[in-house]
Design a protein around this ligand. Structure first.
Ligand code: TEU
Ligand code: CA
Length: 556
């Protein structure tokens, strides 16, 4: 394996544009808002910014339903604002990744508008159309946001496939013209100078031959698992690489729910010429509901041995063969500190720092989701009308009201624990009204804790989560062992402490994190280390680890 590729040496920061910074006071974040905040991101020290979709969209799924891939959503600004953001990002020495959402388009996209017409035209086969079977849907697949994955269009007397909402019809990648159209979109943005793509559910683009029924219970979750990693996926990705990616110096990360390390080695292998890395889903899919019909909806805390099993497995499997992405959370996941740490007033800072250390000392490219560097927490909503996300709202209606599988109160607990909206509350810049995000009421309420937990407070406090993340990022930049060291697990069954080693060129990095709110004792010979690289308590208490304490040592 060749090291020193910029995608391996970088730390990425994910921006959810709608919730980052509103510059023109309409309550919605925008491109000029991001440009204004570049000095902040530079101060944090990240190398690459990834923007969630900013294209023209009816926003049924917050931009993951694209109506025109070459136009900017006017609420975010203009193409000139984009060009300016890109230029300024580069001036600040950072790079910019776009979100490429090409498993599906919006039903408002002109391709779909033409495709759904009864008459034959260029777009007739751009989507996946099937005749009814015995007057019903062609198979038993479910959509990720509720109901069947098929919607009937009377004009064509056919159903179209949508793995997500009905407003997100799946493209037919078996049609070579569709692939050409995707390459064209990619070239458009790359020729502008963007530095790569995060590719939305890219492991779903090749559907299983014949679109057979799912054996067992068909749910949203089992449908995605069944469709993932289809027969032509490697071929499509290689073609994408030949036609487009290999002609530019770019970073790529494919979002791949349901993929295994074995799959990921194929996609990210240094010889395979497909992608640089994938977002795997194992560690964010732990404690699924024992009732399979409830999919991801649960209110169980994650068990540490399971978390270690998931992360360690990827660390070991990809070492020397492919490359990991490292993330705790994103716009689809609850906040890391609430899910894996402890977001009480007493422990939220220490546990956020502990989680940061545990992840950033691993092999791979770390992704920081906006607000994670502050230790932002879940929203803790208690009623359905506080939610915005179609997934949460549809799931409540389907599971509580239509299917009556779970009672309303329980489901609200599940939403509070798992809803995507936890990650979508606006950035907390200061203690002013609306947290400095906007002068007017924002599109989505801020987490009320913005009064104490915000950028301004943290920049004034040398002990803040912000400065801790700044240090983690700096350490990685300066250290080959953090970037490339080989992973060695320690005591995977230990339910209190997450410890591991990284080995590189005769040196060892030892990371020890206490995942509990109690003091525990562990001895991994840390007394003989040459250097304490980072820790989240002021002093080193040897074998004693206080609540959520974390330390990383170097043996030279
Ligand atoms: O997400 C794909 C995905 O599989 C899940 O994370 C999904 O969001 C769902 O919550 C599973 O419970 C991607 C995007 O990140 C997401 O925001 C989009 O809604 C989705 O694709 C469709 O484009
Ligand atoms: Ca705005």
């Amino acid at each position: 394996m060749k090291n020193n590729n910029w995608f391996q040496d970088s730390v990425v920061y994910q921006i959810y544009p709608m919730s980052f910074q509103d510059s023109n006071n309409d309550g919605i974040g925008d491109l000029n808002g991001i440009t204004q905040r570049l000095p902040y991101l530079k101060k944090l020290g990240v190398d690459v910014l990834w923007l969630n979709p900013i294209y023209k969209s009816p926003n049924r799924d917050n931009g993951y339903d694209i109506a025109d891939y070459k136009q900017i959503n006017s609420t975010y600004g203009t193409i000139n604002d984009f060009d300016n953001l890109l230029k300024e990002t580069h001036k600040h020495g950072m790079k910019l990744l776009m979100d490429l959402v090409v498993n599906h388009t919006s039903d408002q996209h002109v391709w779909f508008q033409e495709s759904k017409k009864a008459k034959d035209n260029k777009y007739t086969d751009y989507y996946i159309w099937r005749d009814p079977v015995d007057g019903h849907e062609p198979n038993n697949w479910n959509a990720a946001f509720g109901g069947s994955a098929w919607t009937y269009v009377p004009a064509r007397k056919q159903y179209y496939l949508h793995l997500f909402a009905p407003g997100q019809p799946d493209l037919n990648w078996d049609n070579p013209e569709v692939r050409e159209a995707v390459w064209d979109i990619m070239r458009f943005w790359l020729d502008k100078g963007v530095d790569g793509f995060r590719m939305d559910v890219i492991n779903l683009i090749s559907k299983p031959q014949g679109l057979p029924d799912i054996p067992g219970t068909a749910t949203a979750g089992t449908t995605l698992g069944f469709v993932a990693d289809g027969p032509r996926l490697n071929e499509f990705l290689r073609q994408m690489n030949d036609e487009v990616l290999s002609h530019y110096d770019v970073m790529t990360v494919g979002e791949m729910p349901g993929s295994t390390p074995k799959d990921a080695i194929k996609y990210t292998g240094f010889e395979s010429h497909e992608l640089n890395m994938v977002f795997q889903f194992e560690h964010v899919s732990l404690s699924p509901n024992p009732d399979v019909r409830l999919d991801k909806w649960n209110d169980e805390p994650v068990k540490l041995p399971e978390l270690k099993k998931a992360l360690n497995r990827w660390q070991k499997a990809l070492d020397g063969k492919g490359w990991n992405s490292l993330y705790w959370n994103n716009h689809d996941q609850p906040r890391a500190v609430s899910r894996f740490g402890n977001d009480s007033a007493e422990f939220k800072v220490r546990s956020a720092e502990m989680l940061g250390t545990t992840l950033h000392m691993m092999q791979g490219t770390p992704f920081v989701f906006e607000g994670e560097e502050l230790g932002m927490t879940n929203a803790h909503y208690t009623s359905l009308d506080q939610y915005e996300d179609l997934e949460s709202i549809n799931a409540y209606h389907e599971l509580v009201e239509q299917k009556k599988i779970v009672d309303g109160k329980k489901m609200l607990n599940y939403l509070a624990n798992m809803s995507r909206d936890n990650g979508r509350t606006p950035m907390q810049w200061n203690a002013d009204k609306n947290g400095g995000f906007s002068a007017v009421n924002p599109w989505f309420a801020l987490n009320p804790n913005y009064k104490e937990l915000n950028v301004e407070e943290e920049l004034d406090d040398k002990e803040s989560v912000f400065y801790y993340y700044q240090k983690l990022i700096k350490l990685r930049h300066e250290s080959d062992i953090i970037k490339y060291g080989h992973f060695e697990e320690i005591d995977p069954q230990d339910a209190e402490v997450y410890a591991y080693k990284r080995n590189y060129k005769g040196k060892t990095l030892l990371v020890i994190s206490n995942f509990t709110d109690k003091t525990v004792s562990r001895d991994y010979d840390q007394a003989n280390a040459d250097k304490l690289l980072i820790s989240n308590y002021g002093n080193d208490t040897g074998t004693k680890f206080r609540a959520y304490e974390t330390r990383a040592y170097l043996f030279e």
